[in-house]
Design a protein around this ligand. Sequence first.
Ligand SMILES: *Cc1c(COP(=O)(O)O)cnc(C)c1O
Length: 320
Amino acid sequence: MTKRIPLAHLPTPIEPLPSLTKLLQGPQLFIKRDDLTGLGMGGNKTRKLEYLTADALAQGCRTLITTGAVQSNHCRQVAAAAARLGLGCILVLGGPDPGTRQGNLLLDALSGAKLVFVPTDERDQRLQQAFAQAKEDDMQPYLIPYGGSNPVGVQGYIQAMQELQEQALKSDWIVLASSSGGTQAGMVLGGKQTGFTGRILGISVDKLATELTQTIIALANQTATYLNMGVEITPQDVFVNDAYCQAGYGNLQPAEVEAIQLFARTEGILLDPVYTSRAAAGLIDLIRKGFFSRDEIVLFWHTGGIPALFAEPYTSTLLG
Ligand SMILES: *Cc1c(COP(=O)(O)O)cnc(C)c1O
């Protein structure tokens, strides 16, 4: 087990969503506020970074290097973690330089990260190149994979399920936005460890269910081996719904705008335009279709991402 460097404000609160529950006439809705983890405006990557940065420091590394989209929440949190710990930071961002610095990109720059824009389809190769170059330049780089999703990072969400157990909300479902799979893999493993009896439903942001399910199972089992947990995750443990991701990554749809407005106007809670809005739109649709029964408790796990609201094209799209 990796040591942990405290970076996040924990435990994150669990709050009821009474107005939304009433409006949708559905199950009892609660929210777990991992948008409030704090570091550089927070989000789910901060929990993973508590372990990843500990591993980096244990290896004597001096520079964090990672990759993501131009409006990556992961990259923004890596940049903030590097700043907090006095480390350098290189971000390899997939997509053209938009010129202006808005949303997450503004925060990356404020945190002092070095930004490298690359074509999205060359992202992994260019990440490896940047890593090799940083090594040659004696920067002692530590490579954090896309989304922080490897066995070291996954520990953040094993720990989060222990935190949930201590908060003693007996939810029948956890619903979350799932993409690189690390968050859900950690929840599934942590759920096994703590005897969580509910189901954990990932709303896929950008991958077919077959692919994402396999990714989550593989990552969870690698992590279980790494930690000597003596558990095996099987397809029965992993629930993924890919009905809401056809528009592709980051392509904000009307149902997602509705979800953002609904959460903001009924509960005063902000969702992001890439991940949590997609998961919430899925949740709302499933409620309207009667997927959950009225007496069930559904915990929507907010994974953050709010800074992207303040970047184009999202800002304009949100107000029509
Ligand atoms: C990265 C991210 C996710 C997805 O988490 P994974 O561990 O990659 O599946 C969900 N929501 C937000 C806001 C994110 O930034």
